[in-house]
Design a protein around this ligand. Structure first.
Ligand SMILES: C[S@@+](CC[C@H](N)C(=O)[O-])C[C@H]1O[C@@H](n2cnc3c(N)ncnc32)[C@H](O)[C@@H]1O
Length: 257
């Protein structure tokens, strides 16, 4: 016999951004593992609950995994702090999976957007599977894609992410603090809590910005970065005050000569 973990991408906003495969998995899992992050947003918890209510016809057992605090925001050695946090998490999740997932059963994680993009859940699930590979009831892993915010952004702005025959980079904001990488013309920027777009040299750049994509609060702004960055800053600040949090993603595009 064996046990299975399934990471279910639920899309990054619109409840329709979920695949039929994911809908089937939600109906079939035996237990749901819910990761409670220290700064988890109520709206995201509610969104996951709504997905379950919509696609599950029977009650679902839920096991909560409380995340250890994230020390690296203040840590001197970022990589060491992340490694230590990961190992704490791995130990805690491993114990919970062993205790709660019986032989022959499937446990699910509902993951925002797509599980493969800026999500630590998948790396930890891989570690758990590797650790449990030789046991009496080995663990296997399935990953079900969902619509990522990066792709939702392109769809909402009705643009291709790449230009013909060219590459696209997907980057956390901290890696574009000094501007666009020298040899890249299109960068999708995620995880920007500091409005990095407004601090870089806007010469020659266009921006396609989206916040709360796929939700009733969605905001889209596009144009030359020099011209629209103040509009984005104002819209972002107003939304942050109103809602208490912001999720935004944007494409920085070097204008063609
Ligand atoms: C931890 S990452 C998760 C990404 C997710 N796995 C995905 O595929 O979209 C969170 C970041 O994704 C982006 N994001 C997620 N949902 C979004 C949405 N509805 N609108 C705009 N950006 C979003 C933001 O850049 C946010 O900081």
């Amino acid at each position: 016999m064996s046990r299975e973990l399934v990471l279910i991408g639920i899309g990054a906003g619109d409840p329709d951004w979920i695949t039929l495969e994911a809908v089937r998995a939600i109906e079939e899992i035996d237990v749901q593992f819910v990761v409670l992050k220290e700064d988890e947003l109520d709206d995201l918890v509610a969104a996951r609950r709504a997905v379950i209510e919509r696609h599950r016809t029977t009650p679902l057992r839920t096991v909560e995994l409380r995340d250890p605090p994230r020390p690296w925001r203040t840590a001197a050695d970022y990589n060491a702090a992340v490694a230590q946090w990961r190992s704490q998490r791995r130990a805690q999740w491993g114990a919970a999976v062993d205790a709660e997932l019986a032989d022959g059963r499937t446990g699910g994680f509902l993951v925002w957007g797509d599980p493969s993009l800026y999500e630590s859940t998948l790396a930890i699930a891989q570690d758990l599977v590797a650790a449990g590979a030789g046991g009496d009831a080995p663990l296997s892993l399935r990953v079900l894609p969902g619509v990522s915010s990066a792709l939702a952004l392109a769809a909402r702005h009705r643009i291709p992410l790449n230009r013909q025959g060219r590459a696209v980079q997907i980057s956390p904001a901290r890696l574009v603090r000094d501007g666009m990488p020298a040899d890249v013309d299109d960068v999708v920027v995620m995880l920007d809590g500091r409005q990095t777009f407004a601090a870089i040299d806007p010469a020659g750049l266009d921006v396609y910005w989206g916040a709360y994509l796929g939700t009733a609060d969605e905001i889209l702004i596009a144009g030359p970065l020099a011209e629209v960055r103040d509009t984005i800053l104002a819209a972002r600040a107003e939304a942050a005050t109103r809602k208490g949090w912001v999720f935004d993603t944007y494409l920085l595009r070097r204008r063609s000569p």
